[in-house]
Design a protein. Structure first.
Length: 216
């Protein structure tokens, strides 16, 4: 009798072990796997992921605020000064930098990567530099990652343009907004229509020189 009971108990225990094994195995087989980083991958908007067209730099500069640019410059102040006669730090003094050559500060040890960039600092080159120094001058010693906000860069450039004994560079003319009406509500001229004979300006009027701008 005892052997029969032991046999029954053994089969019951075996069946329980099998059921437990099947349960564990099926849960491992059909378990979902959560991603390491929650969320969905998206294209970087600034890298051209199919978003709206970027605002032209000239338009950003026209709407820029130098006071806000001074606030943005706080990110640069750990390495740069921008006052007249300011000392060089980790980076060179930036007084009057716009319009000057890339390596214009005497005695500062610029990287060969930056000194080899042709031309002077203008609005476009400064915007690209502030966006990503490493892309603008590969091999530069500049460790700053860059400013991703186009508005912040425009504000900073306008502020920097006002910091110098040389005259500020004239900002480029902003492009008209798409679909904007012509000035004074005038209809756009039809380029294909011939001009009336009596509307032609006299030859000497067209050749007359424009008045010179007053020098500051």
């Amino acid at each position: 009798m005892d052997n029969r009971n032991n046999t029954i108990a053994g089969w019951v225990l075996f069946a329980g072990i099998c059921a437990l094994g099947f349960s564990v195995g099926s849960s491992m087989l059909f378990a979902g796997h959560a991603p390491e980083t929650p969320g969905f991958p998206i294209e970087d908007a600034e890298a051209g992921g199919g978003g709206e067209a970027a605002v032209p730099l000239a338009n950003l500069l026209a709407a820029a605020d130098a006071a806000k640019g001074e606030t943005v410059f706080a990110k640069c102040a750990a390495c740069h000064t921008i006052n007249s006669g300011g000392a060089n730090g980790i980076g060179p003094n930036l007084w009057g930098a716009l319009g000057k050559a890339h390596g214009h500060v005497p005695g500062f040890a610029y990287s060969d990567a930056l000194k080899s960039v042709p031309g002077n600092w203008d609005f476009a080159s400064m915007d690209e530099w502030l966006k990503s120094p490493r892309k603008y001058a590969p091999g530069t010693k500049m460790s700053f990652a860059g400013l991703s906000s186009a508005e912040d860069r425009a504000n900073l450039i306008v502020y920097m343009n006002n910091q110098g004994s040389n005259l500020p560079l004239p900002a480029p003319e902003a492009a008209p907004a798409e679909g904007a009406e012509p000035a004074d509500g005038a209809a756009p001229a039809d380029a294909t229509a011939p001009a009336p004979a009596d509307s032609a300006a006299p030859a000497d009027a067209a050749a007359a020189p424009a008045p010179a701008e007053a020098a500051n």
